[in-house]
Design a protein around this ligand. Structure first.
Ligand SMILES: C[S@@+](CC[C@H](N)C(=O)[O-])C[C@H]1O[C@@H](n2cnc3c(N)ncnc32)[C@H](O)[C@@H]1O
Length: 160
């Protein structure tokens, strides 16, 4: 009988860059966790104007940003802790000037000057960060606005 080695599949590894690098080598296509842009579009369009400077944290190999650009978004900076994911996405979208990909740990965003972004979208990345685990209940979509944080609560309530 074949037993599956589940030791590397527990959520404790979700904050580990090596875990994600290994996973993205094995699963090289594209994959959107939880929801695709089409399902989230009403909330995103309601809260984020297409001219916003958007930061997408823990982008992985999702097509969310690509779909947002197709929908008119002009500037999306995507970051992820996985070098494998970022290299893959940089190659895939090298001809799409609206999207940038940077390898970065979201726990240290000092690379960006203050007020670099109008909106930050986190889809699924929060599960990798135990201290913000509670965000998972919000369908793992979180949008933070510096000037309009009340909108975050509108979204949360509408999703619950
Ligand atoms: C569950 S996946 C979600 C991927 C994508 N956002 C989606 O919705 O399909 C979590 C992602 O967060 C990334 N991640 C985990 N910890 C991170 C950290 N500290 N900084 C940046 N990205 C991180 C992982 O590499 C992985 O791509």
């Amino acid at each position: 009988m074949m037993l599956r080695d589940v030791s590397s599949c527990n959520t404790y590894n979700y904050g580990d860059a090596l875990y994600w690098d290994t996973r993205y080598v094995q699963e090289a296509g594209s994959f959107d966790w939880y929801q695709c842009y089409s399902a989230l579009r009403p909330y995103v369009r309601h809260c984020v104007s297409t001219s916003s400077r958007v930061l997408m944290v823990g982008c992985g190999n999702a097509v969310m940003s690509e779909d947002m650009v197709k929908d008119g978004y002009e500037e999306i900076v995507n970051v992820d802790i996985s070098t494998v994911a970022i290299d893959m996405m940089k190659r895939k979208y090298e001809d799409v000037p609206q999207m940038k990909y940077l390898q970065m740990d979201v726990r240290d965003m000092s690379f960006f000057p203050d007020e670099s972004f109008d909106a930050v979208i986190d889809k699924g990345n929060a599960i990798a960060l135990p201290h913000v685990l509670f965000l998972v209940i919000f369908h793992s979509l979180t949008i933070f606005f510096s000037p309009h944080s009340d909108l975050l609560w509108d979204i949360i309530w509408s999703l619950m």
